[in-house]
Each structure stands twice: as structure tokens, then as C-alpha cells.
Design a protein around this ligand. Structure first.
Ligand SMILES: [Zn+2]
Length: 118
């Protein structure tokens, strides 16, 4: 596996984007909470910490992709549940197409015909 420093770089440059795709995808199914999302990403093999996931969720909320709801019975320290907004749904739809195209080219090796020799 990749060494620590390199993993940190990968995290910042690439994985943060992957995690946002995961979050949008799961929030489309049902409202998500940070703790669950943390477990889910770890299950996928990512080393993600609460110090990363909570600010990420807050940022996505500020973008208008997620709407946050605190459990009304929970008081000031209530768990926050994030659900997908209409805008978030549009972003997810666009991302799905991009992910599919990326997969076709990078994994399946399709669509290389753009690289025609002069
Ligand atoms: Zn997932």
C-alpha cells in the first residue's frame, strides 16, 4: 500500500472528491449522519477521521447540496442528519455521468479514439 505521506497527498488531491460522491449517493437513499458515513467510508477502505468528515458535511451543506436537520429530541448536542437537496440531486446526476465516463476510459480502456495520431 502507499506510504503515509503519499496517502495524505492522495487524500487531499483525489479522495476528498470521491468521498463527496459517496456522501451524495448515500444521502440520496436516506438521510445520513456523520458517524454512519465515517463507518461506511472506512468499510470502503478509506482512512477518514471525524475531523475530516464533519467539516466536509458542513461544507456540502453550505453549497446547498445537503440540508441538515438536528434531532429535535436531542438537545444542543443532537446528532445532525443530512438529506439530499434538489440541487444536490442535480450535482449527483452530473457526477454519475462523469464517473461513468471516467470509468470507461480509465478502467475499461474505452474511448481512446480521441488520441488520433497526427
Ligand atoms: Zn458507500
Amino acid at each position: 500500500m502507499v506510504e503515509y505521506g503519499e496517502r495524505r497527498a492522495l487524500q487531499r488531491e483525489v479522495f476528498l472528491g470521491f468521498w463527496k460522491v459517496h456522501i451524495l449517493h448515500h444521502a440520496a437513499e436516506r438521510p445520513v449522519v456523520g458517524q454512519w458515513m465515517l463507518r461506511e467510508l472506512r468499510r470502503h477502505g478509506y482512512e477518514v477521521s471525524p475531523g475530516t468528515i464533519y467539516p466536509l458535511l458542513a461544507r456540502m451543506e453550505r453549497r446547498g447540496w445537503l440540508r441538515c436537520q438536528a434531532d429535535p429530541r436531542g438537545g444542543p448536542r443532537a446528532r445532525k442528519r443530512y438529506r439530499l437537496t434538489e440541487k444536490g440531486q442535480q450535482v449527483l446526476t452530473a457526477l454519475r455521468e462523469q464517473v461513468e465516463e471516467l470509468y470507461r476510459e480509465v478502467v475499461l480502456g474505452e474511448g481512446d479514439d480521441a488520441q488520433t495520431d497526427p
